[in-house]
Design a protein around this ligand. Structure first.
Ligand code: GDP
Ligand code: MG
Length: 293
C-alpha cells in the first residue's frame, strides 16, 4: 500500500479562524483560540495520522505588518510556510472576505499548491457565499475554493480527503502516534497565555510571556510551576490584581484548561515576574523560543 505524507500550512489575516480550523482537523485543542487578534505566536505543528497518510499541519500567526521584534519573528515563521509546504491553505472569513495584497503577493511568488478556505460561512447567506467562491476561483491562484464553518464543526463541502491529491507519496515524517512537535511544557505555557487572554483586555495579554519552570507528573496528579513575565512593574500589579484576585482567576482558568488537556488532576503554582521590554529584546526573545538561530 502506498503512503502519503506532507506539510500543510494555514495562512491568513489574524482572527479569520485558522486556529479553530486547525484544532478541528487535528481533533485536539493544540492552538489558542481567542476573539482577539494575534494570540498565536509560534508555528505549531499538529499531525493527522491515518493508516495510509500523515498530514503535518502548521497553524500560524496571522499576517500583519510587524510593530515590534516579536512580531517580526512571527512574520518570518509565515515566510517559511510559503516555501516549505506541500499545500498552502489560505483562509479568509466570510464577513471580512478581502484577501490582503501582501498575502496575494506572497502566494503569487510561491510555487506550492494553494487552496482557499472561506471560513465563518455561518455568518453570511448562501447566495453571497456563491459570489465569493466565483470571485476567488477567477483569480486563477487557487486549485480549489471551499466554504466552511470551522466553529460549528461543519465543513460543508470540504473533507480531509480533498487535501490528499496535493500530498506526495512519502513515508511518515513523525512516529504515527505523535500528535504534535511540541512538548507538554509548551502547551501549559500556551494554556496560561490563553487564560490571560480571557481575563484581560488590550495590552496585558500581548505584553506577557509564560515559562514553565517545573513539570512533575505522578500517577494521579501533575504538579506545575510557571512564571508569567510582564514587561513592566505596573503590568505585574494589574496581573496580580487587588488582593491577588487577578492571578487567582488566571490560575483557575488555566488549571481547568490543563486538566481538560491532560485528562489528569493539575496543581498549578503561578508566579509573576518582570522582564523589562522583553518583546523588543533579541536575547529575551531567544530565551522564550522565538528566535531559532
Ligand atoms: P486565528 O487568529 O485565525 O487563529 O482565529 P481563531 O481560530 O483564534 O478564531 C478567531 C475568532 O473567530 C474566535 O472567536 C473563533 O471562535 C471565531 N471563529 C472561528 N471559526 C468561526 C466560524 O466558522 N464561524 C464563526 N462565526 N466564528 C468563528
Ligand atoms: Mg490563531
Amino acid at each position: 500500500m502506498t503512503h502519503k505524507a506532507g506539510f500543510i500550512g494555514i495562512v491568513g489575516k489574524p482572527n479569520v479562524g485558522k486556529s479553530t480550523f486547525s484544532n478541528l482537523l487535528i481533533g485536539e485543542r493544540l492552538s489558542i483560540i481567542s476573539p482577539k487578534a494575534q494570540t498565536t505566536r509560534h508555528r505549531i505543528l499538529g499531525i493527522i495520522n491515518e493508516e495510509n497518510y500523515q498530514l503535518i499541519i502548521s497553524d500560524t500567526p496571522g499576517v500583519i505588518k510587524p510593530n515590534y521584534k516579536l512580531q517580526e519573528h512571527m512574520m518570518s515563521v509565515i515566510g517559511d510556510i510559503f516555501n516549505d509546504s506541500d499545500l498552502i491553505l489560505t483562509m479568509i472569513a466570510a464577513d471580512d472576505a478581502e484577501l490582503p495584497d501582501e498575502i496575494i503577493e506572497k502566494l503569487g511568488k510561491s510555487k506550492q499548491a494553494k487552496i482557499l478556505l472561506i471560513n465563518k460561512c455561518d455568518l453570511i447567506k448562501a447566495a453571497e457565499i456563491e459570489i465569493l467562491i466565483d470571485k476567488y476561483l477567477k483569480m486563477n491562484l487557487f486549485k480549489q475554493v471551499f466554504a466552511i464553518s470551522a466553529k460549528n464543526g461543519i465543513n460543508k463541502s470540504f473533507l480531509i480527503s480533498d487535501l490528499l491529491p496535493y500530498i506526495p507519496e512519502h513515508p511518515p515524517f513523525y512516529p504515527k502516534d505523535q500528535l504534535t512537535d511540541r512538548n507538554e511544557r509548551f502547551f501549559v505555557e500556551e494554556m496560561v497565555r490563553e487564560a490571560i487572554f480571557y481575563n484581560y483586555k488590550q495590552e496585558i495579554p500581548y505584553a506577557t510571556q509564560v515559562e514553565v519552570i517545573q513539570f512533575k507528573e505522578d500517577t494521579t496528579i501533575i504538579r506545575i510551576v510557571a512564571t508569567i513575565f510582564a514587561e513592566r512593574e505596573s503590568q505585574k500589579g494589574i496581573l496580580i490584581g487587588p488582593k491577588g484576585v487577578g492571578i487567582k482567576r488566571i490560575g483557575i482558568a488555566a488549571r481547568k484548561l490543563c486538566e481538560e488537556f491532560f485528562g489528569k488532576q493539575i496543581f498549578l503554582d503561578l508566579q509573576i515576574s518582570v522582564k523589562k521590554d522583553w518583546r523588543k529584546n533579541d536575547q529575551t526573545l531567544k530565551r522564550f523560543g522565538y528566535k531559532s538561530e
